[in-house]
Design a protein around this ligand. Sequence first.
Ligand code: NAD
Length: 478
Amino acid sequence: MSDFLVDLGQNATARQIVRTLGLPIPMPQKLRRAKGPWEARPLQDQDVLVSASHGGELQDAIATALASAGANPWIVGEPAEAAAYVGPGEAYGRPPTTLARGEVSDDVSPHAILFDATDMRTPAELRALYDLFHGWLPRLRRCGRVLILGRPPVGARTPAAAAAAAALSGFARSVAKEVGAKGATAQAIYVERGADDRLAPLLTFLLSERSAFISGQIFHVGRAVKVTDAPKPVLPLEGKVALVTGAARGIGKATARLLAAEGAHVVVLDRPEDDGPASQTAREIGGSVLLVDVSAEDAPETIASALAESHGGVDIVVHNAGVTRDKTLAKMSPQQWDLTVGVNLSAVVAMTEALLDGPFRDGGRIVCLSSIAGIAGNFGQTNYAASKAGIIGYVEALAPSVAKRGITVNAIAPGFIETRLTDAIPPINREVIRRMSNLSQGGLPQDIAEVVTFLASPGSVGVTGSVIRVCGGNYVGA
Ligand code: NAD
């Protein structure tokens, strides 16, 4: 599972030779990933450049988020535009520094560049993006971050404002492609009016090393879900019970580990024949084991009863168990169809219904594993892609109906992640797929686990009904 080109890219001489000879070999940047549990100051001493069109409606939210995470704000604009940063800066010892528009300082190589476009009214005002990023983007650090913030185009005050708002997504996606070789990422975040106070946890997560493999994505922060718990910067899952299906190995195992590291008691669920690795995972993280085939007819009832009786309920459910049975449709057996759709989709629906009617607590979090195959389709994967697209439809439909209970429901669509599932792909195809993304490499199970952990935390309350692609900005063809 080691990536030869990522390892080679670590060697400065090799990078130089490839550059000098002009060889068409991608030398992927090794991504910086978080080590250890959540910290109070995840952006400690990082320089973050911020600018806004007009005043920017999110300046107070951004100022507080940056200061409390330990970042140094550099404001590009008039001195008056730094006003929002003075109070939080004093409280956390992070005073803002102001730079004039058009001035690019050689003294600063920002970790991140943020643009607040919330009050952009016309397409002509998009020019402010060019003016800021033209000079500053080359100064972005390796593994840096770009975030473009706006109001959702739907519901904009005028069609012209909607056009300007929608343009932000195309800009962010393209920047992600331009900075990918540096291991850096770019995303757009649309914040609904009235949801500004729900932005900070997502902002901090996306600026941190925990979002290493998310590139070119569009996020939405809304106010539909009732708030039941305050966000917590450290040990966010303390006192919570989490169920992770398919947790004996791969992405599920990495997820179980991270959820436990953030304070959750994790119930490690896998098939009865996977007793060995499932029990080992549970032992390692001080969790419990539950051996059930999720596609068995009585599985929903068995799981709901076990969670109620042994744990008094459940707060976080991660539907991760999944299988592939790849064949072109003409060669696929009915069993291969049934098994894939049964485990990946029917079991998720049946189990969720039983849990919501039973031990699932208000304020809970549901995260389902979809796939980029569910977005773009894939040759030989009609069964798998159908099941994973079904997950997206399910999440979108379920989210509004449980919002009043304070429950969020989201899907994660991984791209190429280095696990047993992708080890089964022939080596040449594997090598090609790895390079087909902004970051020119595959992800690790940890990358998915980090996003699940964020979505499981109280601070993610603004994010629901979403599909988050964690794929390094894979060229999905959709
Ligand atoms: P994996 O094969 O390494 O692990 C899957 C786990 O699910 C295994 O432990 C398996 O025993 C368990 N499982 C399978 N059927 C089950 C059943 N009927 N009941 C209970 N447990 C069952 O796979 P992975 O790569 O870690 O994938 C995890 C999830 O992520 C899957 O839903 C997969 O479709 C999705 N995904 C993975 C990738 C990737 O690149 N690895 C890409 C897109 C989506």
